[in-house]
Design a protein around this ligand. Structure first.
Ligand SMILES: [Zn+2]
Length: 327
């Protein structure tokens, strides 16, 4: 009775605020999760909002194919508070296997690319002139020794997020995983995922419209490494990439000469730089072919500054930079 009398005349909003601050028991701490690289971390943050603390193992502008793991990385993953580890899968971040082995991670690993339409690599772009189907297992063993840093030249193209339809699959997987470990906030995650998916759908429609206005013969680009296969398949583009899917090796003189020949022959209008790669080769290709340097693309990592600091911003920036250079 006394309590009610005291509160009489206090506006409802103020009252709600008073109650919230007076009852800290109900303020649930955000859940801790880890993502293998910056693009996933941004997606998880967008879905989880302030109910989720997310740490990215590979930072913005970092190379998501190869990682030198630090004791801090292992500590983050081994913390008993860390509930989920989000990985891309498809061979991009298989270095997380070593991390899991050495950290004693107690949470759940979520492969966000589960359910995407996977792009198979042809032999050319996977750097292997062998028959994948017959010798698959032998290759895996050979590669264990070759690739100390844990990236692999698998059968599949891992860069699935470059197609906005796949981005939507990622977001659904993320929302489902968060809802499972934190059912109390499931409605929030679901709502955020729906909003996010709608924005992806709108951007997807937009890029198709812009691309349709570009003559087919001009829809060709050169990128440093082959990270835009999904983008190209989804939006009707042809990509030439001297570095292949993930390799950190320098391309041979012969491979460079072949790229230059193709760019000349097909009159590729523009060559692009990438935020995660050394771009010296691109300048050389542009110089020798007369193609213009079209600008910076964000392939495997967000930018640490500017528009491409989020997944949607990165996609918007890539779409604009590509279409403006080739239109
Ligand atoms: Zn890549």
């Amino acid at each position: 009775m006394k309590f009610q009398t005291y509160l009489k005349g206090v506006p409802a909003m103020v009252l709600a605020g008073l109650l919230a601050s007076a009852l800290p028991v109900h303020a649930k701490a955000p859940i801790d999760v880890v993502a293998s690289f910056s693009i996933l971390a941004d997606m998880v943050k967008t879905v989880g909002a302030d109910q989720v603390n997310v740490v990215s193992l590979v930072p913005a502008d970092g190379n998501s194919h190869e990682v030198e793991l630090t004791p801090q990385d292992i500590k983050k993953v081994s913390s008993p508070d860390t509930r989920l580890l989000f990985v891309n899968g498809l061979g991009l971040d298989s270095w997380t296997d070593r991390l899991l082995a050495s950290s004693g991670f107690q949470g759940k690993v979520i492969v966000v690319s589960d359910g995407v339409k996977v792009r198979k690599l042809d032999e050319e772009s996977s750097h292997e002139a062998h028959d994948h189907d017959e010798h698959e297992h032998e290759h895996e063993h050979e590669h264990e020794h070759e690739h100390e840093h844990g990236h692999d030249h698998g059968e599949f193209d891992p860069h699935a997020w470059q197609d906005l339809a796949n981005g939507q699959v990622y977001v659904r997987n993320i929302a489902q995983a968060l809802s499972q470990v934190d059912p109390e906030n499931a409605p929030l995650y679901e709502r955020n995922a729906q909003d996010y998916i709608q924005q992806m759908q709108a951007l997807d429609e937009q890029v198709r419209k812009v691309m349709a206005d570009i003559p087919e013969g001009r829809r060709k680009i050169v990128t440093t490494h082959d990270a835009f296969g999904y983008f190209a398949d989804a939006y009707g583009l042809e990509v030439i990439a001297p570095l292949g899917i993930s390799t950190s090796a320098e391309p041979s003189a012969k491979a460079i000469a072949e790229v230059i020949r193709q760019v000349r022959e097909q009159q590729v209008p523009a060559v692009f730089l990438e935020n995660v790669k050394n771009n010296k080769l691109q300048d050389q290709i542009a110089k020798e072919t007369g193609a213009k340097v079209g600008g910076m693309l964000y392939s495997d990592a967000l930018s640490s500054t500017g528009e491409a600091t989020s997944y949607l911003g990165m996609m918007r920036s890539n779409i604009r930079v590509i279409t403006e250079a080739i239109k």
